[in-house]
Write a protein that binds this ligand. Structure first.
Ligand SMILES: NC(=O)c1ccc[n+]([C@@H]2O[C@H](COP(=O)([O-])OP(=O)(O)OC[C@H]3O[C@@H](n4cnc5c(N)ncnc54)[C@H](OP(=O)(O)O)[C@@H]3O)[C@@H](O)[C@H]2O)c1
Length: 266
């Protein structure tokens, strides 16, 4: 399979590197289109693939085109893509917020799959949900699913509009996780630990708790109860979270991200 990546930033290269790692594509079959001269030079240096700086007729030679420019750069990239795209080529967009039918109209092409990944894809531990235009056949959906699985987990959605909820939940999710960890580390520092010690206490707690959650047959409420004995310290923290509506605030934040994704979709 030959793959072309348009926009080789963090996300585009997270995908490209995973495909290479799992031998799903050979470097000589990976066309990397990168506008930034500086970034292009780094990719050349790394011998990451066939690096070019503009969209040209070479794009017509690949089986799959991955769109990973920032959403605001898409309209100008689309003007070039539509000149060179061939009817049988499959397009996978990982751009936030741009609906399948907008992409179809902009590049005058029906075969579009739209995915929403997240940054742990950089480590092959991403969570990506994707939806496909009705014109895309099952075997093409399977092909793309196999590719995405090399970056972490893939789930197929029948309803494209759920991708806005995915954006709010797993797309932006890593930032919520880091935000919570930061609050905990800052609290540790306020109680007298130096930042490195507070960071160790918090990060190891989160790592251990994640694995406990994944291996335990208890529900999340039961796991919370197992830490929070009656009249104890955890109960005091949970009571304060409740009084300050921390849980509700987190959920409202997630809904705000979903709303913003819908607004970006226009
Ligand atoms: N980061 C996330 O957590 C995340 C999660 C889900 C989805 N996404 C989506 O992934 C996409 C890429 O995000 P990113 O964080 O990887 O962005 P990024 O690091 O800025 O990468 C985009 C790259 O594309 C280049 N570019 C722009 N126009 C181009 C063109 N016409 N031809 C070739 N290259 C072009 C940019 O160059 P210049 O810098 O010179 O403009 C930049 O190097 C976005 O659409 C975003 O919505 C990101």
């Amino acid at each position: 399979m030959k793959i072309g990546i348009i926009g080789c930033g963090n996300m585009g290269m997270a995908f490209a590197n995973s495909f290479i790692q799992y031998n799903l594509v050979k470097k000589e079959d990976l066309l990397l289109v990168e506008k930034s001269a500086e970034r292009g030079a780094v990719l050349q240096e790394q011998k990451a693939g066939v690096v070019v700086d503009t969209i040209s007729e070479k794009l017509g030679e690949v089986d799959l085109i991955i769109l990973s420019v920032k959403p605001q750069d898409f309209p100008s990239a689309a003007q070039e893509i539509k000149k060179y795209i061939k009817p049988n080529q499959l397009v996978l967009s990982i751009m936030a917020g741009i609906p399948i039918n907008t992409i179809q109209k902009s590049i005058v092409h029906p075969l579009i799959i739209r995915a929403m990944p997240n940054t742990p894809a950089l480590l092959g531990m991403g969570m990506t949900a994707f939806a496909a235009a009705s014109e895309v056949g099952l075997s093409d959906i399977r092909k793309v699913e196999n590719l995405i699985n090399s970056t972490g987990r893939a789930v197929f959605l029948d309803q494209e509009d759920l991708l806005d909820a995915v954006t709010g939940l797993s797309g932006s999710g890593p930032a919520y996780f880091f935000y919570i960890i930061k609050q905990m580390i800052d609290a540790g520092v306020a109680m007298g630990f130096d930042p490195a010690m507070s960071s160790l206490l918090v990060k190891q707690t989160m790592l251990g708790s994640y694995h406990l959650m994944q291996t335990s047959d208890k529900t999340l409420d039961e796991l919370i109860q197992a830490v929070a004995s009656k009249g104890g310290t955890t109960e005091a923290a949970l009571k304060t979270f409740m009084e300050l509506a921390v849980g509700e605030g987190l959920q409202k934040g997630i809904f705000a991200a979903q709303k913003r994704a819908k607004e970006l979709a226009g």
